[in-house]
Ligand binder design. Structure first.
Ligand code: THG
Length: 371
């Protein structure tokens, strides 16, 4: 028997959980104390639907931290390395959040609902506790809580048409990282042009958890004529498209400068924010490591690597680790991300898999570098 994961009430289910089961989900991971689908058993079909048609996936595990009240903006500014001060209502930003040492502790998208109301749509990490503690310790006048909001992703070249058919032409007026509040009969949600793929599409932030199956089935039926397929956050398309997976790519001890997130930060602004001194100091001396995109020699990997592989220079000295690698149909090679000491980054290197096999890693680019 292969190992299984226990389903129980300590780990939460998303409002789309039953829909993912009835559509044949085969594997879950745990993310923000919730079940997150990671496979429907056919990686090729899932990749092709995402890159050629339309894919629907459950990211109810991307929980929101709502911050609302007179000091909401002040708290968001203080928590985030980027800031939201110039962000307009109905717009979102990718906003890395660090601790006082400048270590990345989350890389959420923050939605500006009003100038005193924000949703921080978080990656895997307990940001709610952090935000509540910081708010209380600074005596800020705002509430910080987890609202009942669950995102559903609709991604791929036919995602636009799927949503136009379902909601109307107006959805095409939503700009990238813009959003609108809407309703489909009695199903309330916010539709945002965002998502963890480079294929374009939307995320539907469902605000009534009892309507998860209804929303899923409405999108599903609209996408049928475009070849919709159930999917998951795609482990390889997102590397091809240069999107970070917090913890997968960096563990819990990397800085955003090591990860090439510079263009999503605003370190020079006047305001104080958590991690500012550490990040400015790191910026002036240069980060110790760099996250790099690589191609790995060898047979196509059947599934994404489970654990990091050691990376070595030509003399056999350890220079870092390959955090993740997976077969890329677009690159026709094993595409990976490696955290490598800055003095060695930019060159090809050797790597050893967990079962002791040697591989050659070819440097492609620094993560975050615009291609
Ligand atoms: N959707 C929602 N919340 C999330 C994620 C999501 N929270 C956590 C995690 N995913 C955040 N990770 C990313 C990383 C990058 C992007 C989206 C989510 C992204 N970046 C664009 C880029 O890199 O070019 C643009 C960012 C910008 O212009 O601000 O799209 O998937 N709800």
């Amino acid at each position: 028997m292969t190992s299984e994961i226990a389903i129980g009430s300590r780990v939460r289910k998303s409002p789309f959980f039953e829909a993912t089961i009835s559509h044949g989900v085969k594997q879950f991971s745990i993310y923000n104390h919730m079940y997150m689908p990671t496979s429907y058993g056919n990686p090729t079909a899932e990749y092709e639907a995402l890159t050629e048609k339309v894919s629907i996936w459950d990211v109810g595990c991307e929980r929101q931290v709502e911050i609302v009240g007179p000091d909401a903006l002040e708290l968001v500014e203080y928590l985030s390395t980027r800031g939201m001060r110039s962000c307009k209502e109905g717009r979102a930003r990718y906003t890395p959040i660090c601790d006082h040492q400048g270590i990345l502790i989350n890389d959420p998208i923050t939605l500006c609902l009003r100038d005193d109301r924000y949703w921080v749509s978080i990656a895997d990490g307990d940001l709610l506790l952090w935000a509540q503690a910081v708010s209380s310790e600074r005596n800020l006048n705002c509430s910080v809580f987890e609202p009942e909001v669950s995102p559903l992703a609709v991604q791929g070249p036919k995602a636009d048409q799927t949503m136009v058919d379902l909601l109307g032409d107006w959805v095409m007026d939503i700009p990238f990282f813009g959003f609108m509040e809407t309703q489909l009969d009695d199903i309330p949600f916010i539709i945002c042009r965002s998502g963890w793929s480079g294929q374009g599409g939307f995320e539907l932030f469902l605000t009534d958890g009892s309507k998860g199956i209804d929303l899923w089935e409405r999108v599903w039926n609209s996408g049928l004529r475009y070849g919709i397929h159930p999917g998951t956050p795609n482990a390889v398309e997102r590397i091809e498209s240069g999107l970070l997976s917090y913890r997968t790519d960096c563990g819990a001890s990397a800085t955003p400068l090591e990860l090439g997130l510079d263009r999503f930060m605003n370190l020079e602004r006047d305001e104080h924010f958590i991690g500012k001194e550490a990040l400015l100091a790191e910026k002036s001396r240069g980060p110790t490591r760099r996250l790099v995109k690589i191609l790995l020699s060898g047979e196509p990997l059947a599934s994404p690597t489970e654990e990091p592989w050691a990376a070595f220079d030509e003399s056999g000295n350890k220079i870092g680790e390959i955090r993740v690698a997976a077969w890329s149909p677009a690159m026709e090679g094993n595409l990976g991300l490696a955290l490598i000491s800055s003095k060695d980054a930019g060159r090809d290197f050797n790597a050893e898999s967990r079962d002791g096999q040697s591989h050659r890693a070819t440097h492609l680019s620094y993560f975050g570098e615009r291609n």
